[in-house]
Design a protein around this ligand. Structure first.
Ligand SMILES: *Cc1c(COP(=O)(O)O)cnc(C)c1O
Length: 398
């Protein structure tokens, strides 16, 4: 294959430029870069007919092993997993409620969400038909105070219309997670955790479930290295089963329908129609690709991978002598090592890098404090040298 072969570079024939991605597995830049093993598994999966319900049952077993959860579902991303988690919390086994969503005005549909966790992804919860009810204060986030979410703030909001509580986990918010778990447990309310980007470390695959969370969402197309349009919903078996029912193709004859093993038909008073998740079906390629990537991720040697990334970052930093560059090790970031480059006008320089040839992306997550972050999570090794050259040229230009 040559560089202009559409199989080796489908983007060239489309006139779309490849980018040097040192910003992380961002969805808008295409997410993860898949390993050959994952690509090959997807290609092989595409050349067969299988029962998707049966395939999701097998996926559930694999995800349960990897996460410690009772069950799991391959979704089309963490955002889809959140929509399905909310829909499952509202409808449970009730096929009439599944049929009604997203119109949930007639039955309990409130999801509590701490004010500190109101990310842009809360839209994915609301898309189910849920009504989001903000609770708590944002004192830590705004710097106005030191207090986080307290048990009484959750308890006060627990009315009969509450079906779940949502929690967006990160290094700061995890402090409040045990409180949320305890109150939700005591009151029989499912706790849904958005952990989309909390991998690595791989311990987090099991961590939130082990703490007592009912449902957790992970991205498959970020650090897991799966297909970009994949994700995981893991957790309580009854809720995962409801989510699966609302995602499957349900154009079935009740007389011949064989439900997935996850679904106990005795709990259903009828056969559901296409649910709220029908529009984000996971295909056989995504399911097999995600499971292959999950297996690789679980078996990977994080310490060795991070050491290799650190060595690459040091070589890049050596080319940037004269700039204010700091290597932040994985132990400190909680994920992969990064280079923090302190510059005078972070966003202006980032814009110049993105407009360059080749276009270069650094993470802007700390731009507000004058830092561009070189995140090597999905940086291809062959891009190290051109990246260093582009950075040296743009960042040292007068
Ligand atoms: C990326 C992300 C999502 C969405 O994940 P997808 O897999 O792209 O759907 C949700 N929540 C958070 C916090 C994320 O970082």
């Amino acid at each position: 294959m040559t560089a202009s072969d559409p199989l080796s570079n489908p983007y060239e024939s489309l006139g779309v430029r490849r980018r040097i991605n040192a910003a992380g597995a961002l969805t808008r830049l295409g997410g993860a870069v898949m390993a050959h093993e994952v690509m090959e598994a997807m290609a092989a999966a595409s050349r067969a007919s299988v029962d998707i319900g049966e395939l999701q049952d097998a996926a559930s077993t694999r995800i349960a092993e990897a996460t410690g959860a009772e069950a799991g579902l391959v979704t089309t991303g963490a955002a889809a997993a959140l929509t399905l988690a909310a829909a499952a919390s509202i409808a449970r086994w009730d096929v009439a409620r599944m049929a009604a969503l997203p119109h949930a005005e007639g039955f309990p549909r409130d999801i509590l969400i701490p004010r500190t966790h109101r990310t842009g992804y809360a839209h994915a919860l609301a898309a189910s038909g849920a009504r989001l009810v903000d609770i708590g204060h944002n004192d830590r986030g705004t710097g106005a105070g030191v207090r986080g979410l307290e048990a009484w703030e959750i308890e006060t909001a627990l009315t009969p219309s509450v079906v779940a509580m949502a929690f967006s986990v990160n290094a700061i918010s995890i402090v409040d997670l045990p409180t949320a778990i305890a109150v939700c447990r005591t009151n029989g309310i499912p706790l849904i955790v958005d952990a989309a980007a909390q991998l690595p470390p791989k311990e987090n695959l099991r961590r939130f479930i082990a703490m007592g969370v009912d449902l957790v969402a992970f991205s498959g197309g970020k650090a897991l290295g799966g297909p970009q349009a994949s994700g995981i919903l893991a957790g309580r078996r009854d809720l995962v089963a409801s989510a699966l029912l609302q995602q499957l193709d349900m154009d079935v004859a009740p007389e011949t329908w064989v439900p997935p093993r996850l679904v106990d038909r005795a709990n259903l008073r009828g056969v559901p129609h296409h649910g709220i998740g029908r529009g984000f079906k996971a295909g056989k390629e995504e399911i097999v690709g995600l499971l292959t990537a999950l297996d690789r991720f679980v078996k990977a040697d994080d310490a060795a991978d991070n050491a290799a990334l650190e060595a690459r970052l040091k070589a890049i930093a050596a080319v940037l002598a004269g700039l204010d560059v700091t290597l932040v090790p994985a132990e400190q970031t909680g994920r992969v090592p990064v280079l923090e480059i302190t510059v005078a006008d972070a966003l202006a320089l980032s814009a110049r890098l993105q407009r360059g040839d080749p276009p270069v992306h650094l993470s802007e997550r700390h731009a507000a404090r004058g830092v561009l972050t070189l995140d090597p999570q999905v940086l291809l090794p062959e891009h190290d040298a051109p990246l260093a050259a582009a950075l040296a040229a743009v960042l040292t230009a007068p």
